[in-house]
Design a protein around this ligand. Structure first.
Ligand code: ZN
Length: 501
């Protein structure tokens, strides 16, 4: 049995190595690759993805998993051995249901629709992507149908990124959130928006990067096992547990771009760097779901990085980093600027209070597309109607409407957005539990000390990697399912004080 286990781990390590090589090529593509390299890079990525898929779905993996069933049964559910075999079997059974020709078709379609979107968005030309998106919806149905027996056609697609979550559960959770959030947004936006002009002065790039990186190093991000580079759309990527990288973008006239994207991606990276090293190159060696991952990025970005205590410590340092630039701006004015609430068009620029309305709009439209209640050609109009109903703002064009996000132009529709809001909800649940365990966490943050918080997160969440499914992990940590109350309490307390509600 030991021998079979080792053999399985060796084969999985090869798959993981190929996937990591593919991740390096992706990272290079979005950071340093010259533009003319794109065509060959697409082919190279396609080749690696195909080889990884073939190796992972090879019959020998299934045979080893079968042969190891008695070994798995001997080990308690909580053991690393049982968890490793459980997670591998789950991934394997998923992967073998999806035929290689579909993987290839999806990956070619994904490249084509991304290329079409890159041109269509600046041209404000939805008609140019409509056929692509119709095919995407079709491929999404095919993908779902590889997993028959679902309650809702989106369930298999959601499960792919937020394992164990279902459309109906999320729909109910989001309906409750919407009912609570909408009056809060109304109450806040009755006031004039905060003046955030101080964030739009001139902030030299090098100093911005150094400042953001110093903060995440103090959070606990290990630069010996990571680095930070510039890109157009920031993200985190991982080549091994000892090489977890982040990317950011810098605007010399918008301080918040680089700063908060570094804190956000740094939060994702802290999670990956904190995973049990024994899980390296196995299905346990990564963050468990989109929602849990986003809970960590949002926790460090918002609960910590947009808090008043945090800036009591860092604001004097920020003023020193940009000599003369913020001399006339008080801490209070700065704090209000970085927490400005405003109804706005773009999800990625949205504040903590309105952000989830953007996500829920997308989630609901995804479900309608998949249910066949909404045709792709009617999507721009559906977007405009829903946006106006939710935000009270007209959508001036598709560029800043239905075309703004890349997600629907990357291969599949369904499951792309709910993780953001689940992450927000969970960030508040986790943060409040950490402060119950250690009531001095807030006082420590105001002194620039993060070890207590980070260690609590590491012990309760990071170290487990993919050992538990997302619902299992949430249950273990919080004693129940995701809830909206801690998030609403956090928003009410913070913004109640800011806006005298
Ligand atoms: Zn994120």
């Amino acid at each position: 049995m030991k021998e079979k286990l080792e053999r399985l781990k060796t084969l999985l390590r090869e798959v993981s190595d190929i996937e990591s090589a593919s991740a390096v090529l992706h990272w290079d593509q979005s950071t340093y690759m010259p533009p003319a390299g794109a065509a060959a890079r697409g082919r190279q990525l396609g080749t690696l993805d195909r080889i990884a898929h073939e190796k992972f779905t090879a019959p020998v993996i299934g045979e080893l998993l079968e042969a190891l069933r008695p070994f798995e049964a001997e080990h308690p559910y909580d053991s690393d051995e049982a968890a490793f075999l459980r997670a591998t079997r789950r991934e394997y059974e998923k992967a073998i249901r999806v035929p290689s020709r579909f993987v290839a078709e999806r990956s070619a379609h994904s490249a084509a629709s991304y290329a079409a979107w890159v041109k269509a968005r600046p041209a404000n030309d939805f008609a140019a992507v409509q056929p692509c998106l119709e095919k995407t919806v079709d491929l999404s149905h095919q993908m779902a149908d590889f997993f028959p027996g679902y309650d809702h056609v989106a369930d298999p697609l959601i499960d792919w990124v937020d394992r164990g979550m279902k459309a109906e559960t999320i729909r109910a959770l989001f309906a409750d959130l919407r009912a609570e959030l909408t009056p809060l947004v109304h109450a806040i936006t009755r006031h004039p928006p905060a003046d955030d002009s101080c964030l739009h002065r001139h902030y030299p790039e090098a100093a911005q990067l150094a400042f953001g990186q110093q903060i995440i190093e103090e959070f606990g991000y290990d630069f010996q096992r990571g680095r930070c580079d510039k890109t157009a759309h920031p993200y985190m990527t991982k080549f091994s547990l000892d090489d977890v990288r982040i990317t950011t973008r810098v605007d010399e006239h918008d301080l918040s771009q680089a700063l908060f994207s570094i804190l956000h991606e740094g939060g994702h990276a802290l999670y990956e760097q904190g995973i049990n090293p024994a899980y390296e190159a196995t299905p346990l060696g990564g963050g468990v779901s989109a929602g849990i991952h986003e809970s960590q990025s949002r926790l460090w970005e918002n609960q910590v990085g947009r808090g008043r205590g945090f800036w009591e410590h860092y604001y004097p340092l920020l003023q020193k980093t940009f000599p003369g630039t913020l001399d006339d701006v008080s801490l209070d004015r700065f704090y209000r600027a970085i927490n400005k609430v405003e109804r706005s068009l773009i999800r990625t620029d949205a504040d903590e209070v309105t952000y989830n309305l953007h996500v829920m709009l997308r989630f609901d439209l995804e479900l309608e597309l998949l249910e066949g209640k909404l045709a792709v050609r009617d999507l721009p109009e559906a977007w405009r109607d829903r946006f106006e109903a939710d935000f009270g703002l007209p959508v001036p064009d598709d560029r800043d409407g239905v075309l703004q996000d890349v997600h629907w132009f990357g291969g599949l529709v369904g499951g792309a957005f709910q993780g953001y809001t689940l992450g927000n909800l969970l960030s508040a649940q986790f943060f409040s539990l950490a402060t119950v365990a250690h009531p001095d966490i807030s006082a420590r943050i105001a002194r620039g000390q993060f070890a207590t918080l980070r260690d609590w997160l590491r012990e309760n969440i990071y170290v487990h990697g993919g050992k538990y499914t997302a619902p299992e992990l949430i249950e273990r940590v919080t004693g129940g399912p995701p809830r909206i109350e801690p998030y609403m309490a956090y928003l009410r307390e913070k913004y109640g004080e800011l806006y005298d509600l």
